[in-house]
Design a protein around this ligand. Structure first.
Ligand code: DCP
Ligand code: MG
Length: 360
């Protein structure tokens, strides 16, 4: 038997049904491109169930009794088990629509809505986007400018090198402040599309206004290729915590592209152009007050689907609203206190799952 919510079961990084889960995730992604939320959720949930299975699925009978295996997902798995491929998945992956939407949404600053609008207007390539700079935001321009580097996976070694650079800048700006690597790398991934950091200080209040100083410090070292600063909206929405639909947090943050110094590669004399000495990497820096840190850590560690399930579980099973700022009881109008992620799992009546088991 398998619990219904992904936050009730371990989801390791590597599992026994990758081919099957990736097929369903392709269909989920394609449904997302069509803004079909229902289909996206059905395929995502079925894919996530496969990730928690203790062995490879070898026959259809093994799916009996598993949650979220509807007729469609079951049919896909059946085809994969019988033929090794699934015609529908193959067609989706080859389609112009899927490939273009994937290409556009991979650009920093481009979401599904914008990608779809461009697609409907007949745009198909990045060069066609570059020809219309007046239609692009600064963020999208930067995304296109550094596209090649940004579409190359960030490796763990890059993430660790960045942590050193950011820690040094943070320490210099505010002694005692800490920098925590979150996102996929905290879940044990060996590569990612960006690097996510949380910054806090044990003495609440000390962290206010920290980020612009840290950014100046990084800028003076020539490391910042692009950045967009957002001040904290905590003060003017103290009750943000209580907004059940709000999944986006309002912490002070900077969405950046940093130029990570790279070890010089020996170029063949004269044969190759000189290698750039840096690589563009997407970095998110988020500052949290220490009292909200456990919630922010839990919210930023992901995976995105795990977070979605955690919020759904809180709401549907416990009547509580969870986000990256805190946990709120709408009936008793009270907020919960937590000093660690373990506390939050306990408050929700869930068995603690370490980050490596949140790859739902
Ligand atoms: N997150 C969030 N609010 C945002 C962006 C992200 O709460 N505005 C959360 C959800 C994600 C986690 O932070 O689970 C990290 O987001 P990423 O998009 O960076 O996803 P990952 O780090 O898991 O994967 P990747 O390797 O693609 O970076
Ligand atoms: Mg990430």
């Amino acid at each position: 038997s398998m619990p219904a919510y992904a936050c009730q079961r371990p989801s390791p990084l590597t599992h026994h049904n990758t081919l099957l889960s990736e097929a369903l995730e392709t269909l989920a992604e394609a449904a997302g491109f069509e803004a079909n939320e229902g289909r996206l959720l059905s395929f995502s949930r079925a894919a996530s169930v496969l990730k928690s299975l203790p062995c490879p699925v070898a026959s259809l009978s093994q799916l009996h009794g598993l949650p979220y295996f509807g007729e469609h997902s079951t049919r896909v798995i059946q085809e994969l088990l019988e033929h090794g491929t699934c015609e529908e998945v193959k067609q989706v992956r080859c389609s112009e629509r899927y490939q273009t939407m994937k290409l556009f949404t991979q650009v920093f600053g481009v979401g599904v809505k914008t990608a779809n609008r461009w697609y409907q207007e007949g745009l198909r390539t990045l060069d066609e986007l570059r020809e219309q700079p007046q239609r692009l935001t600064q963020q999208q321009k930067a995304g296109l400018q550094y596209y090649q580097d940004l579409s190359t996976p960030v490796r763990r070694a890059d993430a660790e090198a960045l942590q050193q650079l950011i820690e040094a800048a943070v320490r210099q700006t505010l002694p005692g402040a800490t920098v925590t690597l979150t996102g996929g790398f905290r879940r044990g991934k060996l590569q990612g599309h960006d690097v996510d950091f949380l910054i806090t200080h044990p003495e609440e209040g000390q962290e206010v206004g920290l980020l612009p100083k840290v950014m100046s410090c990084l800028q003076s070292q020539g490391l910042v290729l692009y950045h967009q600063y957002h001040r904290s909206h905590l003060a003017d929405s103290a009750h943000n915590l209580r907004q059940r639909s709000s999944t986006m947090d309002v912490f002070e943050r900077s969405f950046c592209i940093l130029g990570l110094p790279q070890p010089q590669q020996a170029a063949l004399a004269g044969a190759l152009p000189p290698c750039p000495t840096w690589k563009a990497v997407r970095v998110d820096l988020v500052v949290t007050p220490s009292s909200q840190f456990p919630f922010a850590l839990l919210g930023w560690t992901g995976s995105q689907f795990f977070e979605r399930e955690l919020r759904r579980f809180s709401r549907q099973e416990k009547g509580l609203w969870l986000n990256s700022h805190g946990l709120f009881d709408p009936e008793q109008k009270r907020v919960f206190h937590a000093t660690s992620e373990e506390d939050v799992f306990r408050l929700l009546g869930l068995k603690y799952l370490p980050p490596e088991q949140r790859n739902a």
